[in-house]
Design a protein around this ligand. Structure first.
Ligand code: FCB
Length: 519
């Protein structure tokens, strides 16, 4: 989504101001109330051991903690297909992908990886990779076809079977409740900018917690709230394709209300559940040492990384804008209590870094809206690029994990996504030699290990993705998988990176091997 996020940056660049910029108060991101270590039973990684007894790491290895979760991540719309089977309702992604011109090559998720029928094969891949955690998402319109009312039993059955089979395979089911496929009926009723959607979300969470919460104990309420509100309501490059500053601002507030309401609904149904959100984060670096650029980088951090974390943990919005547009966002009296969600862990999705700078006064004057968010954001350009164009910059993961650890009193962290698009295809003998992907994960994992050694409490790493899949507006043009999917036959083949990851997971350590050297 780099292109998309670039265009996001372009919008944000277009927000300018001639107004004086107030300095951020010192300590804005200091200690907080995250209750991660207090709530819920102790980490249950030991129950999900697929690796042989942990070997003592040789001195040349980079070891990970005992009981580290080695996982992969996927999302319902990106892998399931079966878009109208077994009573599933239409989602905003079904509608968006069916409209002409929205997705590269006119691809859709109608079939995707057909995981709705082939989930057993997916679990077999995870077993072959020695994994002990699987982050997947639940399709809301499979559970509530029109976004409200009782659960569709066939939808529940699908996930119930999946959860049972994962537990059987000693793989932790790590469940995301919302990874972007809103029931279309709720979009028709106003979508995320409409406050009532928060209550609908809490009802849905309650249904799922009731049905699966006896076996699932680790949940994420949302995937990347700042990405889907931005891309879906401001830029319009993702479903539902709206382009409105007002809708975007309102959507962010409704999602914060939904995070609070969903958290309470889940805890009410399952008091011992561990509940977090997977936030998209990026290391936001100032383009220069000037005070203006440093302030711009703080604003970038506020909107990208903590716009949905700060309300949850501290009951307030961080200072991203020159002022908080409360009325425009639809903030009502009492809302800042309702948005509170003392998350048990913080999920971090991180792919790259962001370089932030302050627009010049003339630039700000050029666009009426720029006074609200006087920041220009671009991707870094020093590191190598993946096939989708994102810069490889492992230090970004270290920096963000350390900052979140510092600012939020050493919370439990899960790396809920990191990965790379490299479009390697099978060679003559069917081998998929994706050494660059091995290099990527090796470096990002080394950054995680360094953060742990420096005091961060990171419990797991989930490579995006288990299998090549439908990459949103990019369609099937970008392959992120540790296993290759032939989309004509749906045949899955573990890539060299998947074989390498299997070894890392089995040993719970990174061997000191040459980057890109394969096994
Ligand atoms: C993340 C999304 C995920 C996938 C990866 C490449 O932002 O959460 O669904 O598209 O990017």
């Amino acid at each position: 989504m780099f292109l998309l996020r670039l265009s996001r940056r372009e919008f944000l660049q277009s927000v300018s101001s001639a107004a004086t910029i107030a300095a951020l108060p010192a300590g804005l991101f200091s200690a907080c109330s995250v209750s991660s270590k207090a709530a819920g039973p102790p980490s249950s990684a030991a129950a999900f051991t697929n690796a042989p007894a942990r070997q003592v790491a040789a001195s040349s290895e980079i070891p990970f903690p005992n009981n580290f979760f080695w996982g992969t991540a996927t999302a319902s719309y990106q892998i399931e297909g079966a878009w109208n089977e077994d009573g599933k309702g239409e989602s905003i992604w079904d509608r968006f992908a069916h409209a002409p011109g929205k997705i590269k090559n006119r691809d859709t998720g109608d079939i995707a990886c057909d995981s709705f029928h082939r989930w057993r094969e997916d679990i077999a891949l995870m077993r072959a990779m020695n994994l002990n955690s699987y982050r997947f998402s639940i399709s809301w319109p499979r559970i509530q076809p029109s976004g409200s009312g009782p659960a569709n039993a066939k939808g529940i059955d699908y996930y119930s079977r999946l959860v049972d089979a994962l537990l059987e395979a000693r793989i932790r089911p790590f469940v995301t409740l919302y990874h972007w496929d809103l029931p279309q009926a709720l979009e028709d009723a106003g979508g995320w900018p409409h406050r009532d959607t928060a209550d609908r979300f809490a009802d849905y969470v309650q249904l799922v917690a009731g049905a699966l919460g006896d076996r699932v104990s680790d949940w994420m309420l949302f995937n990347e709230p700042s990405a889907f509100t931005d891309l879906g309501y401001l830029e319009g490059t993702h479903a539902p394709g709206r382009q409105s500053l007002l809708d975007f601002l309102r959507a962010t507030h409704t999602v914060n209300l939904a995070q609070g309401a969903g958290f309470r609904a889940l805890k009410a149904a399952r008091p011992l559940a561990r509940v977090g959100t997977a936030f998209n984060m990026s290391a936001c670096e100032p383009a220069s040492n000037s005070e203006e650029d440093k302030l711009a980088a703080e604003r970038a951090h506020a909107i990208t990384n903590v716009w949905f974390l700060e309300p949850g943990l501290k009951g307030r919005y961080p200072q991203a804008f020159t002022f908080l547009p409360e009325t425009t966002m639809g903030i009502k009296a009492g809302d800042m209590e309702k948005v509170r969600a003392p998350l048990d862990f913080i999920g971090i999705n991180l792919y790259y870094r962001t370089i932030a700078s302050a627009p010049r006064a003339m630039e700000r004057l050029a666009h009426a809206q720029q006074w609200l968010f006087p920041v220009k954001m671009v991707g870094g350009e020093q590191g190598p690029r993946t096939d989708i164009g994102w810069e490889v910059w492992p230090q970004a993961l270290y920096d963000v994990v350390m900052r979140i650890s510092r600012d939020y009193n050493r919370p439990v962290i899960e790396i809920t996504e990191s990965g790379c698009a490299y479009n390697d295809v099978p060679e003559a003998k069917g081998v998929i030699a994706d050494g660059r992907r091995i290099g990527y994960h090796r470096q990002y994992l080394a950054a995680v290990a360094r953060a742990i050694a420096d005091g961060a409490d990171v419990r797991g790493y989930h490579a995006w993705s288990l299998i090549d899949n439908f990459e949103w507006a990019e369609g099937f043009s970008q392959r992120f998988g540790l296993a290759y999917v032939d989309f004509k036959t749906q045949k899955r083949t573990i890539k060299e990176s998947g074989r390498w990851y299997a070894k890392v997971a089995a040993q719970s350590a990174l061997a000191a091997e040459r980057v890109g050297s394969g096994l």
